[in-house]
Design a protein around this ligand. Structure first.
Ligand code: DGJ
Length: 756
């Protein structure tokens, strides 16, 4: 996947076997976007794409060239104040208030591999031949500043990673007021825009609408999280693009705080895409020798529809963003105590639940909120990371020893960025609270936020957690975050740097993650933020799995997991079976349907298994056996969305995973409500080898592929082009098989290639 530079035309061509990304350096020294899409011949001269047009009243820097106007030229990283009237990718202010900047080409470097941008998370390579990187340097000598644009193209993945760095080399102090990670000008607006939107308990629902003139964006201004409301992701899909085919461009930001993902369409049909830190609350002073590095953005091109886009994100994010020893390991089947006990527990209760869980095959018991300080409700103890000896007389070590004897591991919940007013930490350091002490501070869930923009605060929390975890036997951490920033003011920070506080907070968060990971490399981290408010690529770097949503209802989860899968791999999606009636929506789905949805993620239970009757416990035992047998396929296979629960009446949904060697596949089909006299039904599959024959077995009770049941043996081509036959007699026929009757139906099929 070389990156080539033609010194005569000053044209850069980044390409791999799937995509091409081309830009040139214009006569004013700025980079001009030429092409991003399906691969072009490597010597394609695309300068003809540098369209110039003499338009009325356009701003022209060259008196003798009335066609040259930045107002209409498609650019790579546009600034303001030089003729472009659209939203700029960066704003840099000089000491005297001038914001006119003129960055011009000053050189470039091309090298194999990719550099890290720590403490920021980013995609990485494990061998230099996996990617090539271009560093394009632009300089404005008048203000003594440099802009470096980084581009990495990966082998075998239709993706380009980008970020920018702004350096202050001169004596004049500068202030950076906006710095997007990526900007891309596209030549037309013939797209639908797709984003992921929602709220607590219904995160990442897919929204698709036509792209319009003007600005359309999604964002977070919550400071410390990417939010339940929107995700740092935006896609443009051609009108005819669907799950299986068509052109799609996807943008994603490796960041967990304030973000802006925006499409701006001008009146000449040019679409400017941007993603980066939201400029609204951002202000970063730069003194001589300092630089600012933006988070990384990942740009994907697919000509195989939305599934193609998702495969690119999944491949990159599962194997070259997620990091640490757990990246490629099968994830433990866990039981989380939250919905089982909330904060009302003692050691005997915990051991009772955990022992039953172990007996049924659960590998890890996760003790959620309520184990520390004197936390009996949400009003106390955040910041005091010491076990509550009233509840756990032997502390964490004592509990973990007993669990170990029962054959189950221990995981622990923490919420390190928070502080309760009723805590020793608050009494000792009231100024560590993020906020202006002259004002009333909003409480959210009874708590405040610690000022993680201050390194000493991060270090103090690290020390406490290190003490709890050292020698504790804890093998998993659920890292929660249950409020957004409100009164953002750092009591230890000078006035001129208050605009840095939000980003510094995120850097503090990443630093704490990095320190804990370094100190406890074997611990599996799961991120969480009141469910899925931090389900973003930034978190994925440190925590290879995330709690997808507090909504554990199977019907709701079908949509949430389907939407999340646009960007995020199944190995990142925490998915648990919970009790019925469901705590969030009071629905009652069969146990097997709840499992059939939760299998497609990192599986577990969110309930007290001792409360199930013997038959249900036996079903749970079989579910766990099933998951253990197929989790590698599920968590590391290629995932395909087959039927969209956001389309039509949303009554059915389906998805499947295929093993990398295409020898095995698992299909799940969900039907919310049973309809009378349903029609014939086929489900075309994806990802199978068209030439190989597969035997499809129904997974009986969603736990046991049934070798004696009716099975179909067909070519992959038949399953993909014609489909799996799903017609049944579920209505209007009193003798229909019970497993296809009723609401909230899940059916699963295992496909095995012959002679595999
Ligand atoms: C919110 C999380 O999403 C829940 O799973 C649980 O951990 C609670 N916080 C605990 O306070």
């Amino acid at each position: 996947m070389p990156i080539e530079f033609n010194p005569e035309t000053r044209q850069f061509h980044l390409y791999n076997d799937q995509i091409s990304y081309l830009f040139d350096i214009m006569k004013n020294g700025q980079p001009e976007q030429l092409y991003f899409g399906r691969k072009l011949p490597k010597d394609a001269d695309c300068l003809y794409l540098a369209e110039r047009c003499r338009r009325d009243m356009q701003a022209c820097p060259y008196p003798d060239d009335p066609q040259f106007s930045l107002e209409h030229i498609r650019q790579e990283y546009p600034g303001g104040g030089t003729g472009d009237m659209r939203v700029p990718a960066f704003v840099l202010e000089r000491a005297d208030g001038s914001r006119i900047v003129d960055f011009r080409y000053a050189g470039h470097r091309i090298y194999a591999g990719k550099k890290e941008i720590l403490p920021l998370p980013s995609t990485y390579t494990e061998a230099p031949e996996e990617a090539q990187t271009l560093e394009l340097t632009l300089a404005d000598p008048q203000i003594g500043a440099r802009l470096i644009l980084y581009y990495t193209i990966f082998r075998g993945v239709p993706a380009v990673a980008r970020h920018a760095e702004i350096c202050c080399d001169g004596q004049e102090p500068l202030v950076l007021e906006a710095a997007m990670s990526l900007s891309l000008d596209l030549p037309d607006m013939d797209y639908d825009r797709i984003d992921l939107a929602g709220a607590w308990s219904r995160e990442r629902h897919i929204r698709r609408r036509p792209l319009e003139y003007g600005i359309q964006s999604v964002y977070s201004l919550r400071g410390s999280c990417s939010s339940h409301q929107f995700n740092p992701f935006l896609a443009l899909a051609r009108k005819d693009a669907g799950e299986k085919s068509g052109e799609v461009i996807g943008l994603s930001l490796v960041y967990s705080g304030d973000f802006l993902a925006q499409a701006e369409v001008d009146n000449f049909h040019v679409t400017r895409l941007m993603i980066g830190i939201h400029p609204q609350e951002f202000r970063w002073p730069l003194r001589q020798g300092a630089s600012f590095v933006t988070p990384e953005a990942v740009l994907v091109y697919s000509q195989e529809g939305l599934n193609g886009m998702s495969h690119a994100f999944h491949t990159l994010y599962r194997t070259r963003l997620a990091s640490g020893v757990w990246r490629d390991r099968e994830r433990p089947v866990l039981l989380n105590s939250w919905e089982a006990t909330y904060m009302r527990f003692d050691e005997a209760r915990i051991l009772g639940i955990a022992r039953k869980a172990a007996e049924l095959g659960v590998e890890l018991f996760v003790l959620d909120d309520g184990w520390f300080g004197h936390r009996d409700n949400t009003d106390s103890s955040l910041g005091d990371w010491r076990p509550d000896l009233r509840k756990l007389p032997g502390g964490i070590c004592g509990l973990s020893a007993k669990l170990k004897a029962a054959g189950i591991g221990l995981g622990l919940w923490i919420e390190p960025e928070m502080i309760s007013e009723d805590s020793d930490l608050y009494r000792a350091h009231p100024d560590w609270v993020l906020g202006d002490s002259r004002r009333t501070l909003c409480r959210v869930r009874g708590q405040y936020m610690l000022d993680f923009s201050r390194p000493e605060v991060v270090e103090a929390i690290f020390q406490q957690l290190q003490q709890v975890l050292t020698g504790s036997g804890v093998s998993y951490i659920k890292w929660d975050h249950n409020r957004s920033m409100t009164e953002v003011f750092s009591q230890g920070t000078p006035a001129a740097e208050q605009g840095c506080v939000r980003h510094r907070f995120i850097l503090g968060l990443y630093t704490l993650y990095a320190k804990l990971r370094a100190a406890f490399p074997e611990i599996l981290f799961e991120s969480c933020a009141s469910g899925g408010a931090r389900f973003d690529p930034g978190m994925l770097y440190f925590a290879p799995q995330a709690w997808t949503s507090d909504d554990t209802d199977a019907v709701e989860r079908i949509r949430i997991q389907y939407g999340s899968s646009l960007v995020y791999p199944l190995s990142s999606m925490g998915a648990h079976v919970s009790a019925v009636p469901n705590e969030q929506v009071h629905r009652c789905e069969p146990l097997r349907t709840r499992a059939a949805v939760a299998y497609f993620g990192t599986f577990g239970y969110e309930m007290d298994l001792t409360k199930l009757n013997a038959q249900e416990q036996e079903e749970v035992r079989r579910q766990i056996l099933f998951m253990k047998r197929y989790r590698r396929l599920i968590q590391q296979g290629d995932f395909y969305r087959l039927r969209d629960p956001f389309a039509g009446d949303g009554n059915t949904a389906a998805w499947m995973v295929v093993s990398p060697d295409r020898a095995q596949a698992l299909v799940a089909y969900y039907r919310i409500l049973q309809r009378p006299e349903a029609g014939y039904e086929r489900l075309p599959l994806m990802g199978l080898d068209p030439e190989r024959r597969y035997r499809a077995l129904e997974v009986k009770g969603c736990t046991e592929p049934d070798p004696d049941g009716p099975s179909a043996c067909r070519y992959g081509a038949e399953f993909c082009q014609i489909g799996l036959i799903l017609s049944d007699e579920s209505s209007g026929c009193r003798n229909a098989a019970p497993e296809v009757q009723g609401d909230y139906l899940a059916r699963m099929f295992l496909l095995c290639a012959e002679n595999a």
